[in-house]
Write a protein that binds this ligand. Structure first.
Ligand code: FES
Length: 220
């Protein structure tokens, strides 16, 4: 498809710029502003996702070859990929994975990634947690989620893997948490996404004392 407003390169640059802005929003020191930004993004997502999904379904039923042509366009395919409406192949790594992390050699990683601080947080009594409800918590820069399912308490990070989107508006199905954005199904016991096993949420250790005091160990 020919360029209308941006070339493919310009479109990709815009996406990268957007990613950078999202990363900046993620570290904003104003929790209310951050919450508002992510809430706006969430609703933008849902008002786009529904019509796009319907449009692609209609094309699949009524004009599969047009759907194929549309999916061949770089910018359309990229956007549909963001909504999990087409399969986007990850580019093949050009370097040996175990030797290099990003642009930094493994020897340098410990310097850039110092030992994390750990702290046990006391979060009240376990009997006050409602079964199958998600509780979003914040400590330093750690956003995490607490839930109680069948009397067991789980704590995982409140951010979908490879994304900055929070998952506290997701749905619980037994000990699985379904991401509200594109449906990753995370096992709260392991943090691993059942439908994308390469994705893993950080899982935080949980302890419940005899009197019911709930403690979660956070690394930051
Ligand atoms: S943000 Fe895509 S599955 Fe969670």
């Amino acid at each position: 498809m020919k360029k209308v407003i941006f070339s493919d390169e310009e479109f990709e640059e815009n996406l990268q710029h957007l990613n950078r802005l999202m990363e900046e929003a993620e570290i904003l020191p104003y929790p209310n502003a951050k919450e508002l930004i992510f809430s706006i993004l969430k609703y933008f997502d849902s008002v786009h996702r529904e019509p796009l999904s319907r449009m692609m379904e209609m094309l699949k039923e009524k004009d599969p070859s047009l759907r194929k042509d549309i999916e061949g366009d770089f910018s359309v395919k990229t956007m549909l990929g963001l909504y999990d409406l087409v399969e986007v192949k990850e580019p093949e790594p050009t370097v040996e994975k175990d030797k290099v992390l990003g642009f930094v050699s493994m020897e340098e990683v410990t310097v850039l990634n110092p030992e994390k601080n750990k702290e046990w947080l006391e979060l009240g009594n376990v009997k006050d947690l409602v079964e199958k409800k998600l509780y979003a918590k914040n400590f330093e820069r750690v956003n995490f989620l607490i839930s109680k399912v069948d009397k067991k308490v789980y704590a995982v990070e409140n951010q979908c893997v490879d994304s900055i989107l929070p998952i506290d508006s997701g749905k619980l199905e037994e000990h699985f948490l379904i991401c509200p954005w594109h449906g990753c199904r995370y096992d709260l016991k392991t943090g691993i996404a059942e439908n994308h096993p390469q994705k893993k949420l950080e899982v935080y250790p949980v302890e419940i004392e005899e009197d019911g005091l709930l403690k979660v160990e956070i690394s930051y």
